[in-house]
Design a protein around this ligand. Structure first.
Ligand SMILES: Cc1cc2nc3c(=O)[nH]c(=O)nc-3n(C[C@H](O)[C@H](O)[C@H](O)COP(=O)(O)OP(=O)(O)OC[C@H]3O[C@@H](n4cnc5c(N)ncnc54)[C@H](O)[C@@H]3O)c2cc1C
Length: 222
């Protein structure tokens, strides 16, 4: 009896997992389309009655990660016009777990494709890969997985070399990264992060293979 029940349960799992998965994917598409339509209608309605003849000190094109921070800081002193091609993020975009389901939907993503690759994308149609980029208030930061990481220091040092401007070097940019941070934990490297900024960061409380991953990398000499 126990074995029979177990088989039935496994059978139901096999049947319902794809039904659930494709059901969720379909409902995300529907939710995003409905949200976009409502948002655009509201914009049109508001445009008719508001913002006529306003004057601005600065116009920022693109309300993505960088544009939004810039608009926020400048708006404390100036009158700002922020132009964004996409609309208000849908409620689904506030749940990082949905990021995988939301990318590549044209309502929120420019949905670029790469050119055909010679050494990669062997199993993609025409060897081209999708190349997501946010088209929504908050930009790509409204699609992302909420992993906090700074760029590779050598990339910034390279910009410093190319531009001949040392202010692009990693050591000179570090204070700007840190200014934004509010680390909710004790850092193992005391100089690396700061507390008290507007961007809250914390360690993930679920890192099942974290230690093994690091020791494997160490073993390979990274
Ligand atoms: C799917 C995905 C997952 C990611 N996950 C992570 C992560 O976990 N951790 C991490 O650190 N980084 C992640 N990133 C990268 C990170 O989101 C980006 O590096 C960052 O958001 C780039 O900021 P940005 O301001 O340069 O550009 P964006 O945030 O892309 O902003 C550009 C904005 O300009 C708008 N725009 C463009 N052209 C026009 C126009 N002509 N008129 C008006 N508006 C226009 C766009 O719609 C967009 O909103 C991820 C990126 C993607 C796409």
């Amino acid at each position: 009896m126990g074995v029979l029940l177990q088989n039935v349960r496994q059978g139901l799992n096999l049947l319902f997992t794809p039904v659930l998965y494709y059901g969720v994917m379909a409902s995300v598409a529907l939710q995003l389309a409905t949200w976009e339509k409502g948002d655009r209608t509201q914009d049109k309605f508001q445009d008719q009655y508001q913002n006529q003849g306003d004057k601005f000190d600065f116009i920022i094109v693109g309300g993505g990660t960088a544009g939004s921070v810039l608009a926020n800081r400048l708006s404390q002193q100036y009158n700002i016009l922020l132009l964004e091609a996409g609309g208000e993020p849908s409620p689904l975009q506030f749940v990082p777990g949905f990021a995988r389901a939301i990318v590549n939907h044209p309502q929120v993503d420019w949905s670029y494709m790469t050119v055909a690759q010679k050494k990669a994308c062997a199993f993609s149609p025409l060897r081209r890969s999708t190349w997501s980029s946010g088209r929504t208030l908050g930009g790509s930061g409204s699609l992302d997985f909420l992993t906090y990481l700074r760029g590779n220091p050598e990339d910034f040092n390279n910009w410093g070399r190319i531009t001949g401007d040392p202010s692009w070097k990693y050591d000179n940019l570090l204070k700007h990264f840190q200014k934004a941070e509010d680390l909710v934990a004790n850092s193992t490297d005391p100089g690396a992060h700061r507390h008290g900024g507007t961007l809250r960061i914390q360690k993930s409380d679920y890192l099942p293979l974290g230690k093994q991953f690091l020791s494997a990398a160490e073993e390979l000499g990274y």
